[in-house]
Design a protein around this ligand. Structure first.
Ligand code: SAH
Length: 252
């Protein structure tokens, strides 16, 4: 059995209990060495074989999985954040399908949620934004043309941009061309939940200067939107006049 496990955003104790238990039972661990906290490897059994996928190709990863499967071993593929977000698990699962090897997924705390906690923010404040756009800029990896940052910017919703701080100038230009004001609040969150986490609160117009000044070139999220402003808008959920399944409103 192969288990794809989300390692969480950085801090070792942000893995799920299920993920931790799978690590403890693993005979083989293939972890994404570039972003996974190595402290998590302390859960590995004494005789567990550990591979760093940062140095491996897809073929090599699949070969390790295949060999351990043939020996009846438990394999954990430990990926940063949540495996379903830019985790390149699709291609791994398709190869495993071809080989008739069973697998399961264990979710993790994505860095976008690690970043929200670092910012002490809600992505979806009432009447400000009720949608979160998760995207990246087209760089060496292309993005479908219908999904440009410019086109998404027209919504003025909360936007979380992965994998793009290296081309932040292009991101800023598209955000503005697409419809955010230069004064729209923005944040760059570097290594959310790691000990060397850095949070930069800025505006869309100042994104490039902020990244340059703080020398942020990778492992960061660019997060944009009015959710970063303080608002007095309140949700219906705790409104005393609002009735729902668990509570009768005062005016009813
Ligand atoms: N599956 C991961 C994302 C992998 S793609 C997740 O759910 O978070 C790698 C990108 O994620 C990085 O380039 C960066 O944009 C972002 N990232 C990963 N960990 C991060 C962290 N701790 N803080 C900020 N951004 C992070």
């Amino acid at each position: 059995m192969i288990n794809f496990v989300g390692a969480g955003p950085g801090a070792a104790d942000l893995i799920t209990v299920r993920g931790m238990n799978l690590l403890k039972k693993a005979d083989v661990i293939i972890y994404a060495g570039s972003l996974v906290n190595k402290e998590l490897l302390n859960y590995a059994k004494m005789n567990c074989k550990v591979y760093n996928s940062a140095e491996m190709t897809l073929e090599e990863i699949i070969n390790v999985m295949k060999e351990s499967e043939e020996c009846g071993l438990n394999t954990v593929r430990l990926q940063t954040g949540d495996p379903s977000v830019y985790g390149a698990i699709h291609e791994q699962m398709r190869e495993l399908d071809k080989l008739n090897i069973k697998y399961d997924l264990c979710p993790g705390v994505s860095s976008m949620f690690g970043a929200a906690s670092a910012l002490k923010a809600e992505f979806t404040p009432p009447e400000v934004s009720q949608s979160v756009i998760i995207t990246r800029a087209a760089g060496r990896t292309p993005v479908p043309s219908s999904e440009s940052i410019k086109s998404f910017a027209a919504h003025n919703a909360t936007m979380v941009i992965f994998l793009s701080v290296g081309i932040i100038e292009k991101v800023r230009n598209e955000l503005i061309e697409g419809g955010y004001k230069t004064t729209t609040p923005a944040a760059i969150v570097y290594k959310a939940t790691w000990p060397d986490e850095k949070i930069m609160i800025t505006t869309v117009g100042e994104l490039v200067e902020s990244a340059k000044k703080n020398k942020i070139e990778k492992t960061a999220l660019i997060i944009v939107g009015d959710f970063l402003k303080n608002t007095e808008n309140k949700s219906k959920l705790y409104d005393r006049n609002f009735t729902h399944e668990y509570r009768k409103g005062e005016s009813d």
